[in-house]
Design a protein around this ligand. Structure first.
Ligand code: IVH
Length: 692
């Protein structure tokens, strides 16, 4: 050993090669055999390329069992091996994700064909490179007899039973299909199917199911489903398929079809019932390849499934035969990649963000990393359970995924890279924006800030809700204006609305004097309101219009409601423990009480009454449905009157309906009432009932 070796921090090539082989074997096992990778593909590729480079520079290090000498996956013992009639080849990958990657391929093809610059351009078929797993479907006498994975390219696994469960794969072919046909293509999972599957898995885990897990990405979910030993389970995993080529086929001399081009063969596969991606196109010359790569790259996020690149194939089958193969890769095809959708990075911090509706979301702040074509610095951890389940901690090395138009996600942590002393994440019990209590109700996954009115994050939503037509109603105070008022800092809390003068409003961008006057008038008008409207307007979680009315009727006065205990609240019609607790929590926040006081001080008033135990409720327990147009009352007014008398107003007619109040042009609800024998009355009869 030389002294430089002793002092260098880099391991000797032999040592590094051994280390890389061990790591690659470990990760290949996780990936191919267990369908549970721990590192992103991009990272695996980096390690693989490092080993390849080491072996190239030091040929004496190359061993026959090196992972670089293996073509594909390993065969899982549980499935019957299948020897492919025609080997399933791999494809040369162009990792230069820039347009130059396409030009280089075209140059290589032209050179291999001996074409001069002046010769015409080569025609290619440009396809998508689906991110799933390769499958060979064998049809004999037009019946699907075998489906096999790629395996090592020579021998794959028989997964026929699982593949038969995929609706998109024909089990039988039309009569013009040849006696022997092997269709090659990709099994994949759509992103929406993947999300739904993981949603289901999470629910199972939450319900305590053992041995269930969520999947890292659609490709792993698809691979897991294909290699499920229980085809009943495989059948529940939604898989899809795209055809992109052929294996064995009855030769023309024996009556099989003859194709001149790859495109013609794809169109024939389509005619036989196989899905072929609609983007598949003939592209002539390098310029059209580049255009395809760019066009698909720009719309990649909008595709319903993951792709990791595009594939170019020489269209003429005669030219394909002339070009042949280098080692096990065709010279006539190339995969032109896009930037990876998964990468490794580290977690710098875990922040908690508060949404417009008060929902708290833990977000991992990341060391900037280029994923799926953008630089990502934030990734959602969804909620407390998810953050715990993945056990993401500050300092961790994580896999980040950004696929489709979605928010980047932390898919997994690399436990072996965790720094010592990294602490388990816990959700804060106070809102990070306003300091109000954050609570998680029974059966809910999210924590919510209880400071609705007061919380900066919820300001816009709270103001819009307050000003809603069915709440305190401030005419003309819509989305755009609220946005302007809050963003400019003029309005921070609800009472600030009533402190706005004409001058402040008129000085807003694009605000005409006339409109400002209208808003001032609407605010003035809104001051005279009712207790139910005011209560509803406060935006207390679970307090909708009907509950607000019940509360107002029961307690008569806001101070009684603010001071009511949970037990007292439970005495109110239709108020259960969740609602009672939510009201209590709301008024336990001093700043919420402060807002109520200030609104009163600004002149917002309503009539208060006596607690309603005494008030008559002639229609208690009766259910009404309203339909059509009434002669004097609006639908809302009729509803208010009925509810004040203790009735329930439902949206649809059922056997439980006591009365249908029908006005002019009553529709299907009237017919339904007649068919069920429910009493139908008009507005006058309803008013009479209210008097009773
Ligand atoms: S052609 C001889 N076309 O990429 C060429 N492969 O190594 C054989 N893939 O595992 C492959 N989309 O499963 C071809 N449009 C496409 C493809 C595609 C995805 C996968 C294939 C294989 C890998 C190529």
């Amino acid at each position: 050993m030389s002294t430089s070796d002793l002092f260098s921090s880099e391991p000797a090539p032999a040592e590094r090669a051994a280390e890389l082989r061990e790591q690659l074997n470990h990760h290949a096992h996780l990936y191919y055999t267990l369908d549970a990778p721990e590192i992103p593909d991009a990272e695996y590729d980096r390690l693989f390329r490092e080993l390849q480079a080491l072996e190239a520079a030091n040929p004496e290090l190359l061993t026959p069992d090196s992972p670089t000498q293996r073509v594909g996956g390993r065969v899982l013992d549980a499935f019957t091996p299948v020897r492919h009639a025609v080997p399933m080849l791999s494809i040369n990958t162009e990792t230069d994700t820039e347009p130059s990657g396409a030009r280089q391929f075209d140059t290589r093809v032209r050179r291999a064909l001996g074409l001069a610059e002046a010769d015409p351009p080569v025609a290619y078929v440009a396809e998508l490179k689906f991110d799933g797993l390769a499958m060979s479907l064998r049809y004999e006498n037009r019946v699907l007899v075998q489906a096999a994975t790629r395996g090592d390219g020579e021998v794959g696994e028989d997964v026929t039973n699982n593949i038969r469960t995929i609706g998109q794969i024909p089990l039988r072919l039309p009569s013009d299909a040849p006696p022997v046909l092997e269709v090659r293509g990709e099994i994949y999972m759509r992103r929406d199917d993947f999300d739904a599957l993981n949603e289901k898995q999470r629910a199972k885990i939450a319900a305590g199911a053992k041995g269930e897990k969520t999947f890292v990405n659609p490709r792993n979910a698809a691979a897991g489903a294909v290699r499920q030993l229980d085809s009943g389970i495989a059948a529940q995993r939604p898989l899809s398929f795209f055809a992109y080529g052929l294996g064995e086929i009855t030769p023309p001399e024996q009556g099989g079809p003859a194709f001149d081009t790859h495109y013609a063969l794809l169109m024939q596969l389509k005619a036989w019932g196989f899905p072929v991606a609609e983007q598949t196109a003939v592209a002539t010359g390098a310029d059209e390849l580049v255009a395809f790569h760019q066009r698909i790259g720009a719309s990649r996020d909008q595709l319903p499934y993951d792709i990791d690149g595009v594939v170019y194939k020489v269209n003429s089958l005669a030219l394909q035969r002339r070009l042949g193969f280098v080692t096990r890769e065709p010279r006539w095809a190339v995969a032109h990649k896009y930037p990876a959708q998964e990468q490794l990075t580290t977690v710098l911090a875990i922040d908690v963000q508060v949404g417009r509706t008060g929902k708290l979301t833990p977000v991992a702040k990341l060391a900037p990393v280029f994923v799926g074509n953008v630089t990502v610095t934030n990734a959602t951890l969804h909620n407390e359970d998810e953050a715990r389940r993945k056990d993401v901690r500050v300092g961790d090395t994580v896999i980040v995924r950004r696929a489709g138009d979605v928010i980047p996600e932390v898919v997994a942590v690399l436990p072996e890279k965790r720094p010592e002393g990294a602490e388990v994440f816990t959700m804060p019990r106070q809102c990070p924006v306003c300091g109000s209590d954050a609570v998680r109700e029974d059966g809910e996954v999210d924590y919510r800030c209880t400071g609705g009115l007061f919380c900066g994050a919820q300001r816009k939503e709270a103001i819009l809700h307050f000003a809603h037509r069915r709440a305190v109603e401030v005419e003309g105070l819509g989305d755009k204006l609220v946005e302007q008022l809050v963003d400019s800092g003029v309005v921070k809390t609800l009472p600030d609305l009533y402190r706005l003068g004409f001058t402040a409003l008129a000085s807003l961008d694009r605000m005409a004097d006339k409109s400002a006057q209208n808003i001032v008038a609407a605010l003035e008008k809104s001051k005279q309101t009712t207790l139910p409207r005011f209560l509803f307007g406060l935006g207390i979680r679970h307090v909708g219009e009907a509950t607000a009315k019940d509360l107002a009727r029961h307690f008569g006065q806001i101070d009684r409601i603010m001071d009511a205990t949970v037990e007292q609240l439970l005495e109110v019609n239709d108020v259960g423990p969740v609602v009672a607790q939510s009201i209590r929590t709301f008024f336990d926040q001093p700043h919420n009480r402060e807002v109520v006081e200030q609104l009163r001080a600004c002149g917002v008033t309503w009539e208060e009454g006596e607690p309603a135990a005494q008030a008559p409720r002639p229609l208690a327990g009766k259910t009404f449905v309203l339909t059509g147009t009434f002669p004097t009352l609006s639908r809302d007014a009729a509803k208010d009157l009925l509810e004040a008398a203790g009735a329930k107003v439902a949206g649809s007619v059922s056997k439980k309906t006591d009365y249908v109040v029908a006005g002019a042009e009553a529709g299907s609800k009237l017919e339904k009432a007649q068919s069920l024998g429910v009493a139908v009355i008009d507005e006058a009869a309803m008013l009479a009932l209210l008097q009773a």
